[in-house]
Design a protein around this ligand. Sequence first.
Ligand code: SF4
Length: 337
Amino acid sequence: MKAKLMPRIDIHDRIELKNALPLDTPYVIHIDPSDTCNFHCKFCPSGNTELMKTIKGRGHGSMDFEVYKQIIDDLAEFRDPIRVIRLYKEGEPLVHPKFADMVRYAKQSPHVLRVDTTTNASLLTPERSLEIIDAGLDRINISIEGINANQYKEFSNHTIDYEKFVENIRFFYDHKKQCQMNIKINGDILNSEQEEEFYQVFGNITDGINVEHTIEYWPKFQDMKVEFDETVSLLGGESGEVQVCPYVFYEMCINSDGTYSLCRFDWNHAMLMNQHVGGRVTPKKIWDSIVLFRFQESFLKKERKLLSVLSCPNCGILKQGVPEDLDEFAGEILDRM
Ligand code: SF4
């Protein structure tokens, strides 16, 4: 196998937040190209069509390209360039017909260093691959939901031509130029032979590969139809709950309708911020807003469990998927803020 065993989240070259916070400029901005998905995965609310109809603001579809351009242009207000524009939040990014144009526009901006995405790759035809590579995408994370068509049907309720799907991924790999590729699968649906097969099929057509564990990825989503072991973290280590959510200190999130969420896991748009910021809303205005400061402050004061109108008190991410434990440094960071 040519690929390195490595997670899609780069945990080795990370800047330690405990020393870097607070940030004048967020490291990462998630922009959701589309909030709809062509899959119906058991663990994910976005593919639950009936549920989505009941959520105000969901079912919007693709982001207006002019809205997107304005967001990228407004990044000029920040002191530093944004390290990563992440074209992904809750839908399938390639549903957006102008996904490659979105990549190109961000890559041409002097206010953006890198652009990446996470996709189920089902719409990654050779034509689209060439467009996306040509636009300059820096990294593509591909989520695999099964090692054959039956598993896709069972887990994602999606009919797939599996051989063609694998060939399309191989095509991307063969033509990818500078773009880094990572492929991961949810290991909880595989036995050990299937896991081996996963590595055999994909291990030579990606740069990095990994088997992840199921976690409670979407806070307050009650209808998750998969079982998972809460004692195991996303990357396979032992889980352990933290009080300070690191995500809210280094990234921000923009939904496909142009609204801003306090959290990138805000699938039900219960944590919107636009109404708390006056005038024309820009990423910098949101980043500097008092509402975000108060939110961050409540974590540093260890008051997460009191954020009862939000999804934070019982957030599974803080048990199984944090990149850094900031609890011990909360007082120090608060003083610096
Ligand atoms: S605690 Fe969970 S729900 Fe709250 S901001 Fe952090 S990741 Fe989002």
